[in-house]
Every structure is written in structure tokens, then in C-alpha cells.
Design a protein around this ligand. Sequence first.
Ligand code: SF4
Ligand code: SF4
Length: 393
Amino acid sequence: MKWQKRGHEFDKEAKKILSVPNIIEKCYIFGAGLLGKTLLVLLKAYNYEVSFIDNSIDKQGTKVKGTDIISLDKYLQKKDGLIVIAASADNTVRIGKQLERHVLKHGKDFLLYEEFINYIFPIISVYGFNKTYVSLSQISLTERCSLKCKKCAHGCYAVDNKTSIDLTLNQVYKSADSFFSKVDFAREFVLIGGEPLLYRNLAQAISYVGERYRGQIGIYSITTNGTIVPDEIVMDACKKYNVLIRISNYSRQISRLRERHKELISALEKNGVSYILGKEETQWMDYGFEFVNRSENEEELIKVFDACKTPCREVRENKFYYCVMARSVSDNLGYYVGEKDYLDLERLDSLEYKKELLEFTLGYSEKGYLDMCHHCNGLEAKNYPIPAAEQIK
Ligand code: SF4
Ligand code: SF4
């Protein structure tokens, strides 16, 4: 979307959202599983009064993370807060229908997890709490990787591990300082790559962010491809700053990873570091970065960008990028476009900067699209399935 009323794009929408009773005080999370617990971290950081709703009779009347789990019937007696469904895709549909049978309306009485964390809550945070919020942002420490996936969405297969230059520690520090000087709260902040465990100064990077900004982060994580077991110094830093290790699971394609995962998990458990091993990935989607070449038609490019809504932002020194894939693929595949497709955090100094940051995060910019959208299938990528993590021979 192109900026039309920079600093005021969401004024009307915010008024509507904030008119929902108790919207900045109380929230019910439907589903007391992993997703629900991650939402709890965010809502607690904003001092919400939170309860879980769960259909499991065994769970009702108990607590999770010190928070009550109640039945839907109990909620219906008061209906005094918004419900956010935090469940798997199948369960979300089922719960949505269950709520509608009780005359609760989607968009008014209940929301889905993704739309809440990525769209509604950013607006609530700025207009209701005067705090800037970013749902997910990353620092890409290195473009080097220990795997060479054919269709890596960051284009890391094209990177020469011997010659590629990682971010310096000072660049990492500046990225974190710039970001947290303007962002009050990040639901999840990720150290990523390439393969971040290849980054030589990883423990220092973890500690610098952890020491200064842990209170501004809900989930502090590292995403790894599971090929490397971190050393003791990295383990200690992860434990100290409660870093979650997210292990992508490519073992269906690369069977030797199964043994590696066991080793990695055993080391993480021994060191008291939390982790999540993802489900075995079978299918990715092809963004087509190598061959898509759209026309220069502005209207078409804005349409592609607006439909995309990719959730992963990136901070790189003072530059805040809307799409981490666009920035990294542009560099790694040698397009070298999108030189201006970022928000300069150091120059974000107007009175309305919180609203401008919100607007940028939700897809507004001067151009209304990114240069890399020329070379990307965007939302249509889901129509081009490819095997996950297929390796270049
Ligand atoms: S998809 Fe992940 S593991 Fe594969 S090359 Fe890219 S960064 Fe490395
Ligand atoms: S369409 Fe544009 S914003 Fe979306 S993933 Fe592709 S390059 Fe990024």
C-alpha cells in the first residue's frame, strides 16, 4: 500500500478496535497448548488479565503458567473480553464454528491467532498503549549455511562459504540498538542466517541483545537447521537469556539429520536450553526468485505486495526491512535491488513515528511495493510446491 495519510492510516481502524469492551485489559485465549502459551507471554508483557478457555474437561479448573483454564460455558456467563483462538489450523476451524454456534462473531467477539498478533495487536499496542510493537523481526548474522537447499528462500545456496562476509559484532550491536530504540516490544526476536550457529561470535551477539533488551522481547530465539551442536559458551548464553532454539526439521530429505537431532537435543537438555524440533518438512513453496520477471506495472506490483503479507521483518544496522527474503535474496542472488526498500530507524524522528513504524510494519511505504516483488511469486508461491530442503549436489 502506498502511504496516503502517513502517520494516520490506522486512525479510523484503531477507533473501531478500541471500542471493543475491555480490549486493552482482558483477553481469553482459546487453547492452552504451545501457541496459547506463547500468546500468554505477549499479553502478560502488556499486563492483560488473561484466562485460557479449553474444551478438555481434564484441563478445566486447573492452571497453566499460573493462568486459569475455564470452560466455554463459564466464559459465556460473562462474555467480558475478546477471545483469540490459538490452535492448529484444523482445530481453529472447529473452534470457530463452535463459537459461532453460541452467536459469537468472528472479528467482533473472537479473532484468530495470526490476525491478532500480526494485525490487530500492533494497532492496539500503538493506539491503546502508546507502544510500538513488531510481531517478528530478525537479525541475519550470516548468509553462510551448512546446507545447500536448492530453493532456500534466502538464496543462501548461492553464497560462497569461504568468501562471504558475516555481519561484524558492531553491526549486530547497531542493529539491536537501532531496533530497540524505536520498537518497544517484539513478540519474537530471532537470530538467524544462513546457519546462525556458524557465526563465530554468536555467544556475544546473544548476550548483547539479552543483556540490554530481553525485557522488550517475548520470545528470544535462534532458528537452526539442526546440523550443528552449539558449544558450551553459546549454551550458557542461551540458558542465561532464555533463548529458544527452533530446529527446522529437514530429516525427511536428509536422513542423517535424525541422528544429529538426537545429539543436539540431548546437549540442549543437558544444558537446560529450551527448544522446539519442528515437524518433518515435506513441501516448500517456490517463490521463483530465480526466474520470475514481472512487468514494471506499478499497479500489478502493489497488488502482489499487498496480497503477500509476509510476516518476517529484518533489521540490519539502521535499516528496517519489510521482507527479510527480499533483502537477502537480492544480495545473495546478485540482484542488488531494493536499495531504498527499508525504513531508516535513525531518521524516524517525527512526532508520529510510532504510527509510521506501525504503518510500515503493516505494509505501507512510499512506493507501495518492494523492488524484489518484480522477481517473486508472492502469495501465488503456494501454487508452486517443491520438495523441502532438496540439496544441490
Ligand atoms: S533453507 Fe535454511 S538450511 Fe537450507 S540453505 Fe537456506 S538457510 Fe540453509
Ligand atoms: S512478494 Fe515482495 S514482500 Fe512478498 S515475499 Fe515476495 S519480495 Fe517479499
